[in-house]
Design a protein around this ligand. Structure first.
Ligand SMILES: Nc1ncnc2c1ncn2[C@@H]1O[C@H](COP(=O)(O)OP(=O)(O)OP(=O)(O)O)[C@@H](O)[C@H]1O
Ligand SMILES: [Mg+2]
Length: 223
């Protein structure tokens, strides 16, 4: 595994503490309905979606939930890299098969207790079509029954791609990641608007600061 899984290798760091707070906030973000499927998205590439998604999944697993992390950035997803695996088959391959019969073949256990992953799979010519398919809906409802929490890492919204907007309508809630000092507020607002237009349930915005040079991790959560 790469050392991006900071909750695993440095659980006492500030960012680990912040991600645990995010987990707690998400657990309490809805009084009436438990949030079980969560999409992590952002406006632009490189704002920290995959970093937050993987570490948030670890945080939920560490508190005793049965967790699945799904890489639904099927064009460029790199969760297989974060978890030190090859991008063998994954979501895109599964969506071409019979989902109910085969989904277990695409789920891998990780070294972290309670945490399994489904990688993105081979990049297909028609990602949006696959994500918008009935099969994907069926898959999400099956996964929701099998796991306490399912976290979906996704593609940025501003690439004019509909992938994440489609996914946002299929999950219980969406977390927007924004890179502090980097993401223009106009971009965050545009993302929020796009998500509102499709009636996604926005749970909150995470301000992430990626300072890999100084390893000065930092994060905030806003609701
Ligand atoms: N809070 C953080 N602290 C340290 N490093 C971080 C943090 N957030 C992100 N990074 C690093 O910044 C880089 C980009 O982050 P990441 O891949 O998570 O972004 P992304 O939004 O998923 O990008 P893409 O749109 O390409 O999928 C990675 O190397 C990641 O490890
Ligand atoms: Mg990513």
């Amino acid at each position: 595994m790469q050392n991006e899984l900071i909750l695993n290798y440095d659980p006492k760091s500030t960012i680990s503490e912040t991600i645990r707070t995010l987990r707690t906030n998400l657990q309490f973000s809805s009084v009436d309905k438990k949030i079980r499927t969560i999409l992590i998205t952002s406006s632009m590439p490189g704002e920290g979606k995959s970093f937050i998604a993987s570490n948030l999944a670890v945080a939920f697993a560490q508190s005793g939930n049965k967790v699945l992390l799904v890489d639904c950035d099927i064009r460029k997803g790199r969760q297989h890299y974060i978890f030190g695996s090859h991008n063998q088959k994954g979501l895109s391959n599964l969506l071409l098969e019979k989902v109910a019969e085969n989904y277990k073949n695409y789920i891998k256990k990780t070294k972290i207790e309670n945490l399994s992953v489904m990688f993105r799979g081979v990049t297909p010519p028609n990602p949006s079509e696959l994500l918008g398919s009935e099969k994907n809906k069926t898959l999400i409802s099956i996964l929701k029954e099998q796991y306490d929490v399912v976290i979906f890492d996704s593609a940025p919204i501003s690439d004019s791609l509909t992938d994440s907007l489609i996914m946002s309508t299929l999950v219980d809630g969406v977390v927007i990641v924004a890179a502090q000092k980097k993401t223009p507020i106009s971009a965050v607002n545009a993302t929020k608007k796009s998500l509102q237009n499709v009636k996604a349930n926005i749970l909150g915005i995470v301000l992430n600061q990626a300072d890999t040079q100084s390893r000065n991790y930092y994060g905030h959560y806003y609701e």
